[in-house]
Design a protein around this ligand. Sequence first.
Ligand code: PMP
Length: 355
Amino acid sequence: MQPRDLSTHSVYRAGRGIEEVARELDVDPDELVKLSSNENPLGPSPAAVEAIQQHASHSHTYPKSSHTDLIDAIAREWDVSPSQVWLANGGDGALDYLARAFLEPDDRVLVPQPGFAYYPMSARYHHGTVGTYQLDKADDFEQTATTVLESYDGERIVYVTSPHNPTGRELPRAELLALADQTDDSTLILIDEAYAEFSETDSAVDLVDQRDDIAVLRTFSKAYGLAGVRLGYLLAPPTWADAYERVTTPFAASELACRAGLAALEDDAHLDNTIELVRWAREYMHDRLQPPTWPSGGNFVLTAVDDAQAVAHASKEHGVIVRDCTSFGLSDCIRISCGTREATKRAVDVINDIV
Ligand code: PMP
């Protein structure tokens, strides 16, 4: 007995945890600075931690099946109806639901290259086939409607990331509208706003109420500092009605995650402090890193180096873990997440010394 042929499926390789790296280097984890996974430098909201602790002793009971408290709060946050919120186990889970709901066998999707690995993976799980549109280094990875349309051929889902991971570049709203207008009626544009809180560009969320071909992905993993609890969601047009109920797993998120998410949503001060710190760190890195760095709307910067693998390795030896972008197809770039002031300054010093 064997599973079906999975040889065309790739494996998602999550970055290694700080404890693992500390063991390898034989140092205390506190001596390391991990700036490789775009995590929140301030950690989770203390209110979220308290909410998890308060509910922990009820963990033997099932979650409220419809997660109504959190879904209602998200709906209020964005001024949409609760039925438009597709709550999921992280943004990844929401991508999975989307592919389940949209793709028929052999439907094609279009993803950015470089880009987030789970777009093509989730599409393939649901028997989709994958094409790419290129974001060119020579054009500073600029994203426009034309960049996407040059490769577009009637795909069912077009994935767009703004701010984009790993480049940090954004798709201006006018370009998003131009793109949606020039694609077929049967094409959905998924705009992934995992990093949008850090950006100064307007969110596309209001568009989900105005048209039925744009959906928006958001996550609690970045600005809300809850990457470990796994909580994200899609905001869908009202006309998609009960599709979510038909594709969701019985419990889309854990009760602990929902309670943490609810508390985090209410903690405006933590969110504001996070955004302020990230914007400071982004500007600091952009100004002070010797190698060229692209403008970024996210909580990270992409930096050009000669040999990403060598630089990331040397940086790790100095206790600063950054992302070697070779797996994104950029063997000459590293991505550095925004850290605390101290961590960011240390990262800049280490990288400048290496290059
Ligand atoms: N979209 C993008 C562009 C990302 O970089 C990530 C996380 N790395 C996600 C979505 C998914 O994040 P999560 O599943 O943690 O919500």
